[in-house]
Design a protein around this ligand. Sequence first.
Ligand code: C2E
Ligand code: CA
Ligand code: CA
Ligand code: CA
Length: 281
Amino acid sequence: DALSALLEKWTPQTADAAGLVKKTYSADELRIAIENGQLINYYQPKVAVASGEVVGVETLVRWRHPTDGIIFPDQFIGIAEAAGLIDDLTRAVFAGAMTQAKAWQERQLRLRIAVNVSMDNLASLNFLNFVTELTEKAGVAPQNVVLEVTETRLMQDTRAPLEILTRLRLKRFRLSIDDFGTGHSSLAQLRDIPFDELKIDQGFVHRAWANETLRAMYEASLSLARQLGMEVVAEGVEDRNDWDLLYRTGCDLAQGVFMSRPMLAADLPGWIERWRERVRT
Ligand code: C2E
Ligand code: CA
Ligand code: CA
Ligand code: CA
């Protein structure tokens, strides 16, 4: 049959060509890529559901590899964490984001800018220092800087991250709990850390309108965030139906391909114009 015919022809090369096998990169390659400025920031809009206003963007890093093209973060963030390169990576991404935020500010584009933070970044004061320093240098108000924290595994020692997040909060940076409902991103963190924003994972958003279980989880997360006074972002808003559910349930912000994929900074002003046109009609 067709399947066994396919399997017969299968080689690692054909699978690779079909994009089925992901190449793994070495820590050395990644270190050199960071040093040589091969990491590029993309930005995805966060839109207020009630008004349609673009309130901010999330910075999403890509690796522009000299031979392999654009590499997505799921193929190198883990390597950066394991190899002790995550502070260098986050610093590079954050520096780029602040340069961009400053440029937008000068063009009167008022946008909050979010950057992803690994739990490993919160192990030492290094992160606190460069975030504060780069924000100040760019002349960006900490209120307009959102730090999206994801916890992918259990922390050995949770006191250091807690202290660093609390200090950032006191400096008026906005703290966001990412991928809420998955992994270790959960209730215990909400109890311990003063988050301003909660991001409901895309797994509970896309098609929640069509699935009672998803919808219950989406609504429970929304209601929890409300009661804790947090702003809520729904991720993975892929179509009109997803958007309509957020609208009906009063979710604050939406992010996803229904509005736009992550894009280069240069494309953002043009996209905002087209989006405003789309909202008007
Ligand atoms: P995330 O923070 O949850 O980011 C959202 C991911 O969903 C992004 O994937 C984004 O491109 C994708 N996405 C956007 N709209 C939609 C949609 O409508 N539907 C679906 N299914 N997906 C959508 P991306 O850019 O590949 O990033 C993957 C993850 O890598 C991020 O997940 C984040 O955890 C991590 N990451 C990205 N940039 C950085 C960074 O600079 N530092 C760190 N530490 N992690 C990063
Ligand atoms: Ca994020
Ligand atoms: Ca997320
Ligand atoms: Ca995610």
